[in-house]
Design a protein around this ligand. Structure first.
Ligand SMILES: Nc1ncnc2c1ncn2[C@@H]1O[C@H](COP(=O)(O)OP(=O)(O)OP(=O)(O)O)[C@@H](O)[C@H]1O
Length: 581
């Protein structure tokens, strides 16, 4: 997991973020975090207090039976210390409640803010950003879905246990040295052994788990491939061979699991016996200290021992925070890098001019390469000019750069050299939202069949398998029923690219129109036709002019006529190669 994040960080050119950077993003939650931390600190005092109270209870229940008032004393002390435990219960409950709530709420608020900020920043990005495979939809959605929530574990309730345990252990050590420093030194010398034993155990288990997972993955791969290609497997009678192959891969991880069980047992046994060894050594030493008259109150030996051993347990909870924190720093590194990324063309900026747009378009000596294909020049000094209200058709072989011209006009990309000018203004100076709101981009692929609306809805269904009501229900769900009902022919209105062309012709009245046409029949009436080849305009004129010229355009029309004849039997000809050059 960590290795995978490390390589991702390198790929993204990001660095691990630390707690302070994460906290910087959690600024609005600071007050809540401080309040939760104060509670964690107060809670940290509960265990040291408990260790002291515990000794007092032992003392209360070991009365001096020669004292005639021992019953009264025990009753009084018993009630008092019971009350003290009640106080601890209250403090523990309240501090836990506040900690869990306020750390939890802060973590959720941070996650929500980060998620929306990351998404907003993604929305600002330009087309080149999305062309990059590192920003594929899968990667971006993983960042939003899993990496953002991982960041929150740096400031959720687990961080409370770190403060809590720090306070707890410090107070425990303080109490221990206060009551019997010799004993404190001994206990502190032995305690790290317990930590070492547990640490070794964790490390050893993690190591084995890594190799194990890899082996298991191999056997899983065999199973997956075999099942996916079961027909081939059966046809070639490979079942037996695959079975042995699968078992072979299983063998190693399961053998390791058995070994792991034994080693796990050994390390658990070792770690837990160390705990009692600590007590054994401490009591033995305590007795020696008392008889050597180094301690005058025997109870102080217990106070010292309990102070450290009761508080040290909290270190275990605190240690649960660090692996989560490590993951959070990686995830935060990736997320913060995404937040810091600045688009070359900011799709949501408020900056830029908002000139009156009448639709005069000029491309002046435009050079362009896609950032993801820097070695291929798509446009090589392309010049183009359209007056307001004119219709310009771009024709040319597939891949010659027609759609690229549209992308530059929409300012999805900026040219490498030259300029795209709208009404005398370089696009780079115009506010992108303003620019785009004055344009309509209509896809060239018709998505409807050239028949009635009714037939489009029931397309492919056998006659009689649907009712009139069902057709209307579907149209209502698609929110087109009202629109369709208002048409003169209602559900019998013919749709399809003929109608689409009509609608486009109407919509383009009085507007500048740049058409990337695959079917030349659709552009015969264009005010200007330009033929693009190898990133340049090689021919320009009206349909009649270009036909008379008998050049590249004429050649294209001839090619299309031949192809169209060849495919005339097909119902839909638009996407069927014939229309494409
Ligand atoms: N985002 C991109 N990144 C890299 N290369 C691209 C990108 N978009 C298009 N291209 C390549 O740029 C060249 C020009 O593409 P463009 O879409 O402008 O051609 P076209 O003339 O519109 O083609 P068609 O008639 O097939 O739609 C093609 O080789 C295409 O593969």
């Amino acid at each position: 997991m960590i290795n995978c994040h490390l390589s991702e960080l390198e790929e993204e050119g990001a660095a691990k973020a630390n707690l302070f950077r994460i906290l910087k993003y959690a600024r609005p939650e600071w007050l809540m975090l401080i309040f939760a931390t104060v509670n964690a600190i107060i809670q940290g005092c509960v265990f040291p207090a408990f260790s002291l109270f515990f000794t007092q209870i032992i003392e209360t229940f070991s009365p001096d039976l020669n004292d005639p008032n021992w019953r009264d004393k025990m009753r009084k002390d018993g009630h008092f210390w019971a009350l003290m435990f009640l106080v601890l219960a209250g403090v523990m409950g309240i501090t836990m409640l506040f900690q869990a709530t306020f750390y939890g709420v802060s973590a959720e608020r941070l996650t929500k803010r980060l998620r929306s900020k990351v998404f907003r920043n993604i929305m600002r990005m330009d087309a080149a950003y999305f062309d990059n495979p590192r920003h594929s939809p899968g990667k971006i959605s993983t960042r939003l879905a899993s990496d953002v929530p991982t960041v929150k574990s740096a400031i959720d309730y687990r961080i409370g246990s770190v403060f809590n345990s720090f306070v707890s252990v410090s107070c425990g050590i303080g109490i221990a040295f206060y009551f019997c420093w010799q004993m404190a030194l001994l206990v502190l010398a032995i305690f790290p052994l317990l930590g070492v034993a547990q640490g070794l155990q964790m490390k050893f288990l993690a190591g084995v788990a890594g190799k194990d997972a890899k082996e298991m993955e191999n056997s899983g791969k065999v199973a997956l491939e075999a099942i996916e290609n079961i027909r081939t497997v059966q046809a070639l009678t490979l079942q037996k061979r695959l079975y042995y192959h699968f078992c072979h891969h299983l063998d190693r991880p399961h053998r390791m699991n058995r070994r792991k069980a034994l080693l796990q047992g050994l390390s658990y046994g070792f770690a837990s016996s160390i705990f009692y060894f600590l007590y054994a050594a401490s009591f033995r030493f305590g007795v020696w200290l008392i008889f050597a008259q180094k301690v005058n109150n025997p109870m102080n030996v217990l106070r010292t021992l309990f102070a450290i051993s009761f508080t040290a347990g909290s270190l275990g909870w605190a240690s649960a925070y660090f692996p989560e924190y490590a993951k959070a720093t990686f995830a935060a590194g990736l997320i913060f890098k995404m937040l810091e990324e600045e688009p070359h063309i900011d799709g949501m900026t408020q900056n830029g001019k908002r000139p009156k747009i009448s639709g005069a378009v000029d491309l002046i000596k435009v050079f362009f390469r896609y950032p993801e294909r820097p070695d291929v020049t798509i446009l090589e000094g392309l010049d183009l000019s359209v007056k307001p209200g004119e219709t310009l058709a771009l024709v040319g072989p597939s891949g010659c750069g027609k759609s690229t011209v549209i992308s530059l006009l929409e300012r999805f990309y900026d040219p490498l050299d030259g300029a795209v000018i709208m009404d005398g203004e370089d696009l780079r100076g115009i506010n992108p939202t303003w620019l785009r709101s004055h344009m309509a981009l209509v896809s060239q692929e018709p998505i409807l069949f050239d028949t009635s609306i009714r037939s489009n809805i029931v397309y492919g269904l056998p006659e009689g398998s649907y009712t009139e009501d069902q057709i209307i229900e579907v149209a209502m769900k698609a929110n087109i029923h009202n629109f369709v009902s208002q048409l003169p022919d209602g559900y019998e209105t013919r749709v399809g690219d003929k109608l689409v062309q009509e609608a486009l012709d109407k919509a383009s009245e009085g507007r500048t129109c740049i058409v990337v046409a695959h079917r030349l029949a659709t552009i015969v009436n264009a005010s200007k036709i330009m033929v693009v080849k190898q990133g340049k305009i090689i021919e320009m004129g009206t349909h009649n002019e270009l036909m008379q010229k008998k050049g590249a355009y004429w050649a294209l029309t001839q090619k299309q006529a031949i192809k169209q004849n060849a495919t005339s039997d097909q119902e839909s000809d638009d996407e069927g190669g014939a229309a494409k050059f």
